[in-house]
Write a protein that binds this ligand. Structure first.
Ligand code: CP
Ligand code: NVA
Length: 306
């Protein structure tokens, strides 16, 4: 049995297998051919943080696969009143066929997985957001940007940055990360990325100047400066991130046919300008829709592995 806790645990071949399944299932779904690959299966969806895309895509996704999703908010569970995570894991995983969890620390997720009888999917932690990267990679494939792209990530060194680092390391492409000083990715992830790049031929570089990172890029991407759980740091971050907005001036340094990706939700006027956002809205919302298709591929893949 496999869990999907981080891209670190997956080989390039496995990531490609998940993509192929996602593409196939997307093609079928587009002509309303909903094949019940996971008939009668239940997906527990445990949320300790807010969500629009992750909740809707997993709930609709499991339904279209012939199963059902259970939205489990930690506020309404005994978990919220102090029942230990490992007990919740042992109860929930005896009743459902798969569990998706959105939580704070990766350790909580690891603990749940250690006690679970069924596959666990990381629906976002403070450290990683790997299901988002499956959708991003699917979008890269659809836009013809998956062959040795140069990707520039501009903004906060956060769960999205770490996940991009894992994808670049696994697939072997060039990723340039520009963050303000003090907001770099975690050292531990830098080391993992370095180790993966040595094997795959990928390259991850770190910059303090967004222009340096974006120059000649095929893909420019960013994320909110204030992730969930960091609300108290908002004012300081707004000051520290001055000059890190992806605006038309910055985008003009990328390749002429570059695309812009954003995992959403987007905060216009902060990490991205209104103009850039609207110019690339078609790509951004294809990316958002691809959450549904890529995750269906993932769930079917995980089911086949047990
Ligand atoms: N991108 C993403 O995960 O969105 P939600 O927080 O709305 O799920
Ligand atoms: N970095 C953001 C991603 C939201 C999808 C957060 O963790 O809030």
């Amino acid at each position: 049995m496999r869990h999907f806790l981080s891209l670190y645990d997956f080989t390039k071949e496995e990531i490609l297998e998940i993509m192929e399944l996602g593409i196939k299932i997307k093609r079928e779904a587009k002509v309303k051919n909903y094949i019940p690959y996971l008939q009668h299966q239940s997906l527990g969806m445990l949320f300790e943080k807010s969500s629009t895309r992750t909740r809707v895509s997993f709930e609709v996704g499991i339904h279209q696969l012939g199963g059902q999703g259970l939205f489990l908010s930690s506020n309404d569970l005994q978990l919220g009143r102090g029942e230990p995570m490992k007990d919740s894991a042992r109860v929930i995983s005896r009743m459902v066929d798969m569990v998706m969890i959105r939580t704070y620390s990766q350790k909580i997720l690891d603990e749940f997985a250690a006690y679970s009888k069924v596959p666990i999917i990381n629906g976002l932690t403070d450290k990683y957001h790997p299901v988002q990267l499956l959708a991003d990679y699917l979008t890269m494939i659809e836009y013809g940007k998956d062959k040795n792209p140069i990707v520039a990530y501009v903004g906060d060194g956060n769960n999205m940055t770490h996940s991009w680092m894992m994808l670049a390391g696994k697939l072997g492409f060039e990723l340039r990360i520009a963050t303000p000083k003090g907001y770099e990715p975690l050292e531990e992830i830098k080391n993992d990325a370095k180790e993966l790049c040595a094997k795959s031929g990928g390259k991850v570089s770190y910059h303090l100047d967004p222009k340096e990172a974006v120059k000649g890029a095929d893909i420019v991407t960013t994320d909110t400066w204030v992730s969930m759980g960091q609300e108290s740091e908002k004012e300081k971050k707004m000051r520290d991130f001055k000059g890190f907005i992806v605006d038309m001036d910055l985008m003009s340094l990328a390749k002429d046919d570059a695309i812009f990706l954003h995992c959403l939700p987007a905060y216009r006027g902060y990490e991205v300008s209104e103009e850039v956002f609207e110019k690339y809205a078609d790509v951004i919302f294809d990316e958002a829709e691809n959450r549904l298709h890529a995750q269906k591929g993932l769930m079917v893949w995980l089911d086949k592995e047990r």
